[in-house]
Design a protein around this ligand. Structure first.
Ligand code: AMP
Ligand code: ZN
Length: 117
């Protein structure tokens, strides 16, 4: 399994730095964002170090499908299925990506605006 020694999310996956983990399985880890932007702000990351959506291959298709379903499950557990929630993936500089380990933001509990800033 690919890991990058100076990657903060690889360290969270490896329990080398603390995080509030809300889900863990062989492929995916989900944890609370350290700087929440909404009442719910969870990040879902692959256990494998995948730098961004640019690094995805067909081998990751099932993983990404599972990650999207996990996002819906976590939002449902917190009561946001009906009111709604937002799933965000930032890629690269213009996309606003600051951690180079693919992560899915799951945000809920308030009204979000569109278009994004
Ligand atoms: P992005 O800008 O899409 O790359 O999002 C990176 C996210 O990671 C931001 O929302 C940060 O608040 C969050 N983050 C950075 N370091 C940590 C950490 N150690 N634990 C939890 N979340 C983190
Ligand atoms: Zn990583």
């Amino acid at each position: 399994m690919s890991t990058i020694s100076d990657c903060v999310f690889c360290k969270i996956v490896a329990s080398q730095i603390p995080a509030s983990i809300v889900h863990r399985d062989e492929q995916l880890v989900a944890f609370e964002d350290i700087s929440p932007q909404a009442p719910m702000h969870v990040l879902i990351v692959p256990v494998e170090h995948v730098a961004s959506t640019n690094a995805l291959s067909d081998e990751h298709d099932a993983l990404i499908g599972r990650a999207m379903r996990l996002a819906a499950t976590l939002a449902r557990q917190r009561g946001y299925s009906e009111s709604g929630y937002r799933i965000v993936v930032n890629t690269g500089s213009d996309g606003g990506q600051t951690v180079n380990h693919l992560h899915i933001h799951v945000l809920g509990g308030r009204q979000f605006s569109w278009p994004p800033g």
